[in-house]
Design a protein around this ligand. Structure first.
Ligand SMILES: Cc1ncc(COP(=O)(O)O)c(C=O)c1O
Length: 388
């Protein structure tokens, strides 16, 4: 297993200037329609109170309605909703609301690094469930649930990213969706469905959400961070009434960013949402295809499955590449990425890397992957350092 010195995940902490950053999972902020921001509209009498005062505990009804008219228009409106400070806050709330310290949280593996950190802060132990390019494996899920319970542990829930995994870009296929939704009921496990990348669909069929298949056992999270921009820190949670109620009780009073919510509702009311989705899909599909072409050229022995959505390529390094050496040599050439150890819950051989194609402009992505190819040539076991 790799002993790469794992970088810390610190959102908002932009890496060193000059480094080509294929590590960071931020969106391309140029796709955010900043020209639609209209502060004068917020000062108008009808939205002044909602925008400038404390808000209701569930969050702005205006924004909730605007979301059901746009981002969530295909989602059945079942159960209750809660606006949160990003989906990370929703995960934190649900874990603290529904578990006791020492419980186990199941997660598809590999998984989003902030999930593990958030679960650990809630005193939970994360247990990984195998996932492949069709998403989480329902047989592995069933066996893991049984094994954890047999060992005498309570299960707080299952975390999964069915539309596009961070880091692999895998989409949960339809038959597995039905199986996971059925297991949630038969095994009595709450599913936390993090659909942050649902709008960043890079091709293929869109499947019904787990929430639509089993609204009684699924908490659906939809972040605005990748669709519009993370600066709003806004997401919506939709789920069973008792789950959402328990989450709401843990939220400090005052609502979730009333001013930002009104502003966002305003933007959504003026935005041609279909056109915006096409723009997102076009920008990120082109970046994905470009990154794939560069990996094929500069890392010809590496393997990967084309991501169906999201911002990342999950690349398996060829036999004989030393991941620690590659990481250090890439850094010395001025390119960063994230090593496998950031994402895996259960032990692995550490031979994957995550390359982000969302944040850097196209020419820097190409240059970053070219430099990575150079670093990889010398990171073969027995290779020589570039410039050394
Ligand atoms: C799978 C996944 N969920 C959630 C988030 C963050 O969402 P938010 O900004 O709404 O907290 C990210 C961001 O990288 C992510 O990759």
């Amino acid at each position: 297993m790799s002993a790469v010195a794992t970088p810390r995940f610190v959102p908002g902490d932009i890496t060193a200037p000059g480094i080509i950053d294929l590590a960071i999972g931020y969106p391309d902020l140029s796709v955010f329609p900043a020209e639609l921001i209209d502060l004068q509209a917020l000062a108008a009498a009808d939205s002044r109170t909602r925008a400038f005062s404390y808000g209701p505990p569930k969050g702005s009804p205006t924004l909730t309605e605007a979301l059901f008219a746009t981002l969530l228009r295909d989602e059945p409106r079942l159960g209750s909703t809660l606006l949160t400070n990003g989906s990370i806050e929703a995960i934190d709330l649900v874990l603290r609301a529904l578990s006791t310290r020492g419980d186990v949280l199941l997660s598809e593996d590999p998984c989003f690094p902030a999930l593990v950190g958030t679960a650990e802060l809630a005193g939970l132990r994360v247990v990984g469930v195998r996932a492949d390019h069709h998403g989480i494996d329902p047989d592995a899920l069933e066996a893991t649930i049984d094994g954890v319970r047999l060992a005498g542990h309570q299960i707080a829930g299952l975390y999964t990213m069915p539309s596009a995994s961070n880091p692999t870009g895998a989409r949960l296929c339809l038959p597995r969706r039905h199986m996971v939704a059925a297991l949630a009921s038969s095994k009595d496990v709450l599913v936390i469905e993090d659909d942050a990348y649902r709008a960043v669909n890079l091709g293929g069929l869109v499947h019904p959400t787990l929430h639509s298949l089993n609204p009684d056992k699924v908490l659906h999270l939809r972040s605005l961070s990748k669709v519009l921009c993370p600066g709003f820190r806004l997401a919506i949670a939709i789920g069973p009434d008792d789950v959402v109620e328990a989450m709401m009780r843990l939220k400090p009073v005052g609502g979730t960013t009333p001013l930002g919510s009104e502003l966002l509702a305003h933007i959504l009311s003026r935005l041609d949402f279909d056109q915006h989705l096409r723009l997102l899909q076009d920008v990120y599909s082109r970046r994905r295809d470009m990154a794939i072409g560069a990996v094929r050229t500069h890392l010809p022995d590496a393997t990967f499955t084309e991501p169906s959505g999201g911002f990342f390529l999950w690349v398996r390094l060829p036999d004989g590449t030393d991941p620690d050496t590659l990481y250090a040599r890439a850094a010395s050439l001025g390119v960063s990425y994230l090593p496998e150890g950031m994402f895996t819950v259960e032990p692995t051989d550490g031979r994957h890397i995550r390359l982000s194609f969302s944040y850097e402009p196209p020419d820097r992505i190409l240059e970053g992957i070219r430099l990575l190819g150079l670093a990889a040539e010398t990171a073969r076991i027995g290779g020589h350092a570039v410039g050394a």
